[in-house]
Design a protein around this ligand. Structure first.
Ligand code: NAP
Length: 258
């Protein structure tokens, strides 16, 4: 059983999830690293976390599949016996960007299942477990962080299903924040901007130019660690009188400018 606080980070084998995992290890959390198919990357993340002196396990689970969500929770119970923080980070872009006038139902279902249905019902599972844990250890802290995107409010008709999934995650944050406040469980939404990961690799040249041309007031790509530090601030209890809060980690992209 764990003496440290424990976190589950979904999609932590690579990219932003890996950055979050490292930042949480740095503030003393034991970790469950979830991944989908990339076992090698998950092991690399685990090695990085192990070197930071906290405990860490990796677990394959497709968060869009109900049985896998249960597996993820049961695995955490078995390894650590508790969980103080869920970070809903795993997400996918459409396999192919298609104009909203042509995009397929198949792509819509895939993106919505991973980006919205998965986190929505994983949160339901963990929330019920956190409520049980809180009854047994009233002084312990429990929190949930959802990694949405600037796409929650920015129109990109070439990947409408992604935007809709992230807008849904924003409402999901409000719903769970409202419902779980009575148990002292804070729920937060982090909206990353343009972050350098595999997901944005295919559009790197396009975004290089947009950033150089002033798309964001802070003229650089975001790094996974930028998102990780924001999650760590929440995990460390720095925002405990806020819930349902949106935190923009986007180099100022959200500002309306004249
Ligand atoms: P990424 O580099 O493509 O990594 C995606 C991660 O999610 C991987 O760990 C992958 O596991 C995992 N994953 C994918 N499908 C999964 C599933 N069905 N079940 C469990 N895990 C799954 O993406 P990223 O850029 O780090 O993005 C992470 C999150 O931030 C996503 O929710 C994304 O929408 C959001 N975001 C990204 C940006 C950006 O600019 N990059 C901006 C805003 C928001 P495997 O390694 O096993 O494939």
């Amino acid at each position: 059983m764990s003496k440290n606080k424990v976190t589950i980070v979904t999609g932590a084998s690579r990219g932003i999830g890996k950055g979050i995992a490292v930042s949480l290890a740095q503030v003393g959390y034991d970790l469950i690293i979830n991944y989908y198919s990339n076992n090698t990357s998950a092991l690399e993340t685990k090695n990085r976390i192990d070197a930071l002196g906290v405990r860490c396990h990796i677990v394959q689970a497709d968060i869009s599949i109900p049985e896998d969500r249960v597996k993820l929770i049961e695995f955490t119970k078995e390894k650590f016996g508790s969980c103080n923080l869920l970070v809903n980070n795993a997400g996918v872009a459409p396999s192919k960007r298609s104009d909203i006038l042509e995009a397929t139902e198949e792509s819509f279902e895939r993106v919505m299942n991973v980006n919205l249905k998965g986190p929505y019902f994983l949160t339901q599972l963990i929330a019920n477990w956190m409520i049980e844990q809180k009854k047994e250890a009233a002084e312990d802290n429990f929190r949930i962080v959802n990694i949405s995107s600037i796409s929650a409010y920015t129109s990109s008709p070439g990947r409408g299903e992604y935007c809709v999934s992230k807008a849904g995650m924003s409402m999901m944050t409000k719903l769970y924040a409202d419902r779980l406040a009575e148990y002292g469980i804070g729920v937060y939404e982090i909206r990353p901007g343009i972050i350098e990961t595999d997901m944005t690799g295919a559009v790197k040249a396009k975004y290089d130019k947009l950033i150089a041309d002033g798309l964001t007031p802070i003229k650089r790509w975001g790094k996974p660690a930028d998102v990780g530090q924001a999650v760590a601030a929440i995990a460390d209890g720095r925002l405990d009188f806020s819930t349902g809060q949106v935190i923009d980690v986007d180099g100022g992209f959200h500002l309306h400018r004249l």
